[in-house]
Design a binder for this molecule. Structure first.
Ligand SMILES: [Zn+2]
Length: 356
């Protein structure tokens, strides 16, 4: 991803910290929703675009839709956007703008959220999104708009459905089984407010609404407060399984901008230290053109390598096997913009009561 931000955003929020938090929140939320951890986002580059989109009294060009349209049209200050994405090998660009910009603007009855170009489709991508800095994580607007770029639509009944070229289940989901005339208390990331989940204009900050976005993508098998966060095998338009859709669309999105290296070769994993009380240092060989490494743990219940023990740029980490688990199987893979290597040979680590 290529991130753009404005001087005000950097001043008010510390742009690099906000960007790191957006990436971390996105990756944690998809992982917690059952998305394969090989589908993740990372920062290709981040640029201060040196303008705050101050209100122009003649064109009034300072609302989020104006800004999003400028991005779509590569109008100033976005003239270099396609070139910069190519240079950074970015597939998607996200602009963080100051919400106080919109306070000055004409859209005063609107949330200071974000947007995506409505002409975007999976076969003809316009892979840009905008989010105000305060809403980016305040009500998860940044992951939400990224979700649109990745093919997602709002919940059933909302006119903004799945992007052309994505399955019908690529939707947000509102808390189910809410008694009539009562408000829902949550929606998944792709929830677009509306219905019984309303955003209270200006009365409360984005992180303190009656109906909040929870950091989960719809999945009928993942529960929140005892209720499923998605639906499947209902009438097609009622299906909501964004986690499944992301597993289908994210590998395609990764090919929107060509990446110059093949996926890395498979690293070799080894364990160090004695395993005393389950503590191990795991290390792996560094691989050419690897950008991230993922240490995965085998889940004997699900019978798959689905538990992420480490994701990052390093070549070692510590793990602690709890006595109740007894032993773990671990394996590592190396990833870059072309995908991930196959998993390494597995290494077993076992809880031991004695330090050798
Ligand atoms: Zn939306």
């Amino acid at each position: 991803m290529l991130f753009y931000y404005t001087p005000w955003v950097d001043n008010d929020y510390n742009a690099s910290l906000l960007i790191a938090n957006i990436v971390a929140e996105f990756n944690l939320s998809t992982y917690n929703s059952g998305v394969d951890p090989k589908n993740y986002i990372s920062v290709a580059d981040a640029t201060n675009i040196q303008t705050n989109f101050e209100l122009d009294p003649i064109c009034s060009c300072c609302d989020r839709f104006e800004i999003t349209n400028k991005m779509r049209d590569h109008a100033a200050p976005f003239g270099q956007l396609p070139l910069e994405m190519q240079i950074a090998y970015a597939d998607v660009a996200l602009l963080l703008f100051p919400e106080r910009c919109e306070e000055l603007g004409p859209a005063e009855q609107d949330r200071f959220g974000g947007g995506v170009p409505i002409t975007h489709s999976m076969s003809a991508p316009v892979p840009y999104a905008t989010s105000s800095a305060g809403f980016a994580l305040g009500d998860l607007t940044a992951p939400h708009e990224l979700g649109h770029v990745l093919g997602g639509g709002h919940q059933q009944g909302n006119p903004f459905g799945p992007v052309t070229g994505t399955p019908d289940c690529a939707r947000g989901f509102l808390e189910p089984n809410v008694p009539q005339h009562e408000q829902a208390t949550w929606q998944t990331v792709m929830g677009g407010y509306g219905g019984n989940c309303t955003f209270l204009w200006f009365e409360d900050p984005p992180w303190d609404q009656n109906c909040v976005r929870i950091p989960l993508w719809s999945n009928p098998d993942v529960y929140y407060q005892g209720k499923p966060t998605g639906a499947m095998d209902s009438p097609p338009l009622a299906d909501a399984f964004m986690a499944r859709a992301l597993n289908m669309t994210m590998p395609d999105v990764a090919e929107w901008t060509s990446y110059p290296h093949a996926a890395p070769a498979t690293p070799t994993l080894s364990s160090n230290w004695s395993g005393c009380y389950g503590l191990y240092q795991m290390s792996w060989t560094s691989q050419t053109h690897a950008e991230h490494y993922q240490l995965l743990r085998y889940d004997p219940g699900a019978q798959q390598w689905s538990i992420l023990a480490y994701h990052g740029t390093g070549t070692s980490t510590t793990v602690i096997v709890p006595q109740s688990d007894g032993s773990w199987l671990l394996a590592v893979r190396a990833c870059n913009g072309s995908g991930c290597s196959s998993l390494s040979s597995s290494v077993g680590v076992t809880w031991q009561s004695q330090c050798l």
